[in-house]
Design a protein around this ligand. Sequence first.
Ligand code: GTP
Ligand code: MG
Length: 332
Amino acid sequence: VISELTGTIIKGNRLALARLLTEVENDTPSGRAGLNDLFTQTGKAHLVGITGAMGVGKSSLVNHLAQVFRKPSVEYPASRVAIVAVDPSSPFARGAFLGDRVRMRDLSGDPGIFIRSMAARGALGGLAHATAGLTQVLDAAGYDVILIETVGAGQAEVEIARLAHTTIVVEAPGMGDDIQASKAGILEVADILVINKADMNGIENAERVLHAMLELAQPVQHKGYHAAKAQIGEGADTPLWRTPVIRAIASKGDGAVDIVDAIRKHGEYLKDTGEWISRDHERLQAELDDLIQTTLVDRWKNDLPSGRYVQALGDLFLRRISPHQAVEQLFL
Ligand SMILES: Nc1nc2c(ncn2[C@@H]2O[C@H](COP(=O)(O)OP(=O)(O)OP(=O)(O)O)[C@@H](O)[C@H]2O)c(=O)[nH]1
Ligand SMILES: [Mg+2]
């Protein structure tokens, strides 16, 4: 049984969709009810994470990717595209947000595109959780491609990568050999690497460095790829994914067609190998386990005699007891 709200969202009511997204983002009871209602309709969308350092050109790229996805081709019908831009919690957040809005305005006339900005939460778990909720609603609402833009290269990006089927890491020359992604091990989660700002100096160098780092970051994958290719012979389909490195000039839209092509190929690869389903199952299990954990901790804290936790914490601060002893005391 679906509620009236859910029905209108599935029929394409954008206002109802925007309202539910706000409820889900704030984790309100009606947001949860809406998600429960819609959940049976999820699991169809291709979730694509776009991550990279600040100002590298992610929003410009997302803008053009959405337009390419909207154009029907011989092989593919037009997709309905949702964009979720996760704003950084940095002092630049407002500027970036306004910048995004200016660039994203190109897309706003198209009813097949839905754009949503989301403020980064304090807790990383909170952000990942809220993003997962938003993508579920958009998925149920019939958006077949959901582009999730996240800024930076750190823990948050790895969490978003875990949420996405396909993770695109965007780099740009001009940072010397000091490619940002290397630091957080973000290359390990890259399914597609984009070197943006190909109109700037240093593109060849950046490309060389990235290829070298990719070999280091994904040695097993590459070994597997070569070994498998040797076994099945030249020309046969490769059973393992090899992260492509694609040049782009996002401000002009150059490279967008190639990147969309790579996204579609990666989606097919995931489906052919069964990884689409295994990633989906991993994601759902992680979500369930997270929920169990928070629920257990909340319940347990509620059941604790008042003051016990604060007292143990006080003793810990004063170094009277160790963290392990504090746990023993609390679970007495
Ligand atoms: N020269 C050049 N400039 C670009 C290119 N792509 C984007 N830019 C410019 O780089 C700046 C940042 O672009 P955005 O698309 O906002 O980058 P972003 O990664 O989304 O930025 P944040 O969300 O703030 O991290 C803008 O001034 C763009 O016009 C490119 O390929 N070449
Ligand atoms: Mg941006």
